[in-house]
Design a protein around this ligand. Structure first.
Ligand code: ZN
Length: 147
């Protein structure tokens, strides 16, 4: 499958059938909201980290297909990873959409589909919105302690 086909397939699949969609708003989770004014995307994420491992991510929001599908992919790719692994994957995702090819493709998994976003700089904020939200959530949990 070439990259453009992968890009369309992953975006459409995850937009139509989003993974981990819907928030529990329970005290077990740490919640972060971010928005992307340039496109009107609204993103909510919640995360549960236990013993340094991401146990569960839920996401919910509304906006364009790139931001919504990227949240679905993010919530799937990062689950089961340690905080350290997640930080590396998140950073690799940012580097990838900026155009850097020096990334660990294997750990990015389905998120590799967003490599094509580098051709559309206006959409980078759409693709990275949920990743910025979960990054903030992870760092807040690490600062304040796991729940
Ligand atoms: Zn957008």
């Amino acid at each position: 499958m070439d990259l453009n086909t992968l890009y369309r397939t992953v975006i459409m699949d995850n937009y139509k059938n989003p993974k981990n969609k819907g928030l529990t708003k329970s005290d077990d989770f740490h919640f972060v909201h971010l928005n992307n004014p340039s496109c009107g995307d609204e993103m909510n994420v919640e995360i549960k980290i236990k013993d340094g491992v991401i146990e569960k991510i839920n996401q919910d929001g509304h906006g364009c297909s790139i931001s919504m599908s990227s949240a679905s992919v993010m919530s799937d790719v990062l689950v089961g990873k340690t905080v350290e692994e997640a930080r590396k994957i998140i950073n690799d995702f940012y580097e990838m959409v900026k155009g850097n090819d020096n990334i660990d493709e294997e750990s990015l998994g389905e998120a590799l589909a967003y490599m094509g976003v580098r051709q559309f700089p206006a959409r980078i904020k759409c693709a990275t919105l949920s990743w910025k939200a979960i990054e903030q959530a992870i760092e807040e949990v690490m600062e304040n302690g796991e729940k």
